[in-house]
Design a protein around this ligand. Structure first.
Ligand code: ARG
Ligand code: ZN
Length: 893
């Protein structure tokens, strides 16, 4: 059923069956109901008198009737959320003709244009939801996307109302020596009683979601950037004094992003100032407010002692992402929130391409696909599935999803693949040209790419409308001539509210190799458009092996009968690095799914392990691989991916995932690899153990080292404990230290507690590193993980008020099958309790914990019942937030 309709009662729950929709049932917003706003707001003036627990906000809006609408209603609706006003002034005089509707303020205006002045008082210190103006670590900052501005003042809080902002703020100089806002500072001065003030002006019209304000005791790491046209931009990374030493990487990443966007997309920055501020309490990663990005500290602070290689990459990627939004998001923004993927999908693609250029294309591509499969494929297969351009929502915060972001990026990547980089660039140039200064739609983007890149995307538009991961069944036979006839049968699975979907337009890069001669076929791009079609591909030799979806050109699931020997061949020999990775994954997935489904006898089990070990052996010894790629190839498919493969591999939908079986089999496979390849692994370890941190091969070496220790943890725990303890003790960087501690955390060995304590003592007080300490324990393979998490929740450093800390413990735990899927349901209960405890504090973050429980339909029946019962317990709780209500009701439908 459609997610948009009122949730019906799940069968068998009398409590819910009786419940009629209550007045608290939040309304459904639909894409098709879009109406332009009847007013325009050319100018917005704000004045803030700042205080941690009391801030006064005065807003002065210049409004005019929108000439593009025909509305003659006198009503002006200004959105508000939990705020009040005592007084409304119109054109400078007190005005009585206003009323409240839910949180909104309605004013009846007689004329064509007016000024509207409203005063509100807010308490940032009480704002635990972290939307609007809130206090974090003694400073004040804002988060307005998507609908946080209405928690600050009354305003048409929708992305298609663009306004020019002038903002004055004042506050105590000792608490808030630094006062920042969007745009440029135009004036400042001292006030009475130790206060000071600053006035900022942003020349670029923007929607309210891009507004930002920061006040606090901050210091900056600064360095100018000269743009391609020779303008100098002052770049600052603002942090608390004690964090200043860890900001160089962020600042350099910003400069690299600015340069790259000029070279690759022809986009130049458009203000003289670029500010980034790091805050420790933040719901998401970061926010692209015009000229004043606000970041989660996690994506700013990095040095070798406290951040892993992956953390460095994440900082670089998120800095780039927010910077790239200046064009894809700010200069061209979204008409309404259904168009979110217009800016997010495109900007994720842009940051992925940037990181590919910075970090290496092959490894980055594999990592992005791994994220897509771990986060987006499950979403597309579950109750929260939605198209990249959703049709309806109750709470837009729930749609900042892997689908909108990551699948959105894949969809645009397919356009780029079909057009080629150069023509695609012509398409994006046209898009930016055509829509600069506008609030655009996904349709506008597609049309610009069609016109500028010369593509025809009529059928391709289905990617925007249809949810669900397409499945392509592939079969092959030798044709009459010298070709291989390959038949493709595609289906798009039913998803909530969507059935009987049309065929997708799918680009696939393919090649046909020969297993006998080892000849590699030439790659070509084919485009599927039909439910079923056969394409003849040229042969490279007598024993054809099809290499398909090379580089992961399309976000689909390929299903095919392939001889295991073919997979072993592809894993060892394919010239496309992604295809090589994929073959290895397939080999492991096949074995693990069959084993976890108890389809294998002793001999079959041994054979499966042997094949994976053979492929692994070629990876360990291949001199052509660098260690980074080797480390990537050595990663077994994640348990989440195996869960998907197991629940989704049965077309009739009868087979259900058994997470504990998956876990057990995966551990056994690691044991087999560790035992069979002991010598090879030892010698590889010796080869990489002493490569120094700064060596060009250092990164790859660190990855390989920890992979090896993790394999030994399964095959020879005593050996692993010695290895990991040594790695921990000798580490001169966080990557080695965290990797070693990760291995130790899974062992029942005295070294575990010793090193955990040492790690804690060393980093006590460093919030980001202590987050790692919580995560390592919550993710661990230790059999007692559930009781460890219970104990950690009582730790003095644990708090429900900080989203990073909550996620570090409980998101990690929810992703740990051994704990979360505990036989007796105690893992499910723990997460449900977290949702209920967190919902009144921070609904946005609470709602994110619903999706792990929402997997119940795809899991074996005993656990399914336990999970569903927890969702039902949440559903009947009084006073749920809109966020959690929506996710829970969709999950039970
Ligand atoms: N636009 C931000 C980004 O770059 C995400 C902000 C979303 N925030 C929120 N509270 N929903 O991805
Ligand atoms: Zn974004």
């Amino acid at each position: 059923m459609d997610i948009a309709t009122t949730p019906t009662s799940p069968e068998g729950n009398p409590e819910l069956a009786d419940a009629a929709p209550t007045p608290h049932d939040p309304p459904v917003i639909r894409r098709e109901d879009y109406q332009p706003f009847p007013w325009i707001v050319p100018q917005t003036e704000l004045e803030f008198v700042l205080g941690i627990d009391s801030t006064r906000v005065t807003s002065r809006l210049t409004i005019k009737r929108n000439p593009e609408t025909e509305s003659i209603s006198p009503e002006l609706r200004l959105n508000g959320d939990g705020i009040k006003t005592d007084m409304v002034m119109i054109d400078g005089a007190r005005f009585g003709d206003w009323s409240m509707d839910e949180g909104d303020l309605l004013v009846n205006l007689p004329g064509e244009s007016h000024t509207v002045e409203i005063v509100t008082h807010i308490d940032p210190s009480a704002n635990t939801a972290l939307m609007g103006l809130f206090a974090s670590n003694g400073m004040l900052c804002t988060q307005c996307e998507a609908e946080g501005f209405r928690r600050i003042t009354f305003f048409p809080d929708r992305p298609d109302v663009l306004s020019t902002y002038r903002v004055k703020m004042s506050g105590p100089k000792d608490l808030f020596p630094i006062l920042l806002c969007n745009g440029n500072k135009v004036a400042e001065g001292d006030g009475n009683d130790g206060t000071h003030w600053a006035e900022w002006h942003d020349p670029w019209p923007k929607p309210s979601y891009l507004f930002a304000l920061v006040a606090g005791d901050l210091v900056a790491n600064s360095a100018p950037f000269t743009t391609q046209s020779g303008r100098e931009v002052e770049c600052n990374v603002w942090v608390r004094e004690e964090d200043l030493a860890r900001t160089d990487h962020a600042l350099q990443s910003l400069h690299r992003s600015m340069k790259w966007d000029e070279e690759t997309f022809g986009r130049e920055y458009d203000l003289d100032l670029y500010n980034i501020v790091a805050v420790s309490d933040f719901n998401m990663g970061a926010m692209e407010n015009k000229g004043l990005n606000v970041f989660n500290t996690k994506y700013v602070l990095a040095d070798p002692d406290t951040a892993t290689d992956a953390d460095f990459d994440a900082v670089e990627g998120v800095i780039a992402h927010e910077y790239f939004h200046n064009w894809s998001g700010n200069r061209v923004t979204c008409r309404d929130w259904f168009q979110l993927s217009l800016k997010e999908g495109f900007t994720v693609l842009r940051d992925q391409l940037f990181s590919q250029d910075m970090q290496g294309e092959a490894v980055k591509r594999i990592e992005d696909v791994r994220i897509l499969r771990a986060a987006q494929f499950p979403e597309d297969a579950g109750p929260l599935a939605h198209p990249i351009r959703p049709d309806s929502y109750r709470e837009i915060s729930n749609f900042y999803t892997a689908t909108v972001y990551n699948k959105g990026a894949e969809v645009i990547r397919m356009m780029r693949t079909m057009a080629g980089a150069e023509d695609f660039r012509a398409g994006t140039d046209l898009y930016f040209d055509r829509h600069d200064g506008e609030a655009a739609t996904c349709e506008d983007f597609i049309t610009a790419i069609e016109d500028g890149a010369g593509l025809e995307l009529a059928q391709f538009r289905r990617w925007y409308r249809q949810a669900g991961t397409p499945r392509i069944e592939v079969s092959q036979k030798l044709g009459d001539g010298d070709g291989l006839d390959v038949t493709f049968r595609q289906t798009v699975p039913d998803t909530p509210g969507q059935k009987n979907k049309g065929a997708m337009h799918i680009p696939l890069r393919v090649a046909v190799h020969c297993r006998e001669t080892g000849a590699l076929g030439e790659e070509q791009l084919i485009e599927l458009r039909h439910d079923e079609q056969t394409i003849s591909l040229p042969l490279a030799g007598p024993v054809p092996v099809l290499s398909i979806n090379r580089g992961f050109t399309a976000p689909v699931i390929i299903e095919r009968e392939l001889e295991s020997e073919d997979l072993v061949f592809l894993a060892a020999k394919d010239d496309d690095p992604f295809a090589r990775y994929e073959a290895l994954q397939d080999l492991a997935v096949r074995h693990l799914v069959a084993a976890a489904s108890r389809e294998l006898d002793q001999a079959g089990r041994a054979e499966g392990k042997r094949l994976v070990c053979d492929a692994f052996r070629s990876i360990l010894s291949d001199p052509a691989l660098d260690h980074s790629m080797r480390g990537e190839l050595m990663m077994l498919p994640s348990e989440t991916y195996l869960f998907e493969a197991m629940a989704g591999s049965d077309p009739a939908g009868i087979r259900k995932a058994e997470p504990l079986e998956i876990h057990k089999e995966r551990e056994q496979l690691k044991t087999a690899i560790g035992v069979t390849l002991k010598r090879e692994l030892e010698s590889l370890y010796a080869q990489v153990a002493d490569i120094p941190y700064d060596d060009p091969a250092g990164r790859g070496a660190r990855k390989v080292k920890t992979q090896i220790a993790a394999l030994f943890a399964a095959s020879d725990p005593e050996r692993a404990a010695v290895m990991a303890s040594r790695q921990f003790d000798q580490a001169d960087n966080m990557t080695d230290r965290q990797g070693a501690l990760m291995v130790l955390c899974g062992l029942q060995h005295p070294a575990r507690e010793e090193r955990l304590q040492a790690f804690y003592d060393r980093y006590q007080g460093n919030a980001l590193v202590i987050d790692k300490w919580f995560t390592l324990q919550a993710l661990s393979l230790h059999p007692e993980v559930l009781s460890h998490v219970k104990t950690l929740a009582e730790h003095a450093d644990f708090t429900m008020k900080n989203p990073n800390r909550v996620r570090s413990l409980y998101m990690a735990f929810a992703g740990n099958p051994q704990g979360f899927h505990a036989q007796d349901g105690s893992g499910y209960r723990m997460i449900a309790d977290v949702i209920l405890a967190l919902d009144p504090i921070n609904p946005q973050t609470a709602a994110r914990f619903v999706s792990p429980l929402g997997k119940w339909r795809r899991i074996e029946s005993v656990k399914a019942g336990l999970m569903k019962a927890e969702l039902e317990r949440i559903a009947v709780t009084e006073g749920l937030s809109r966020d959690t209500f929506e996710q829970v009701s969709r999950s039970l439908d």
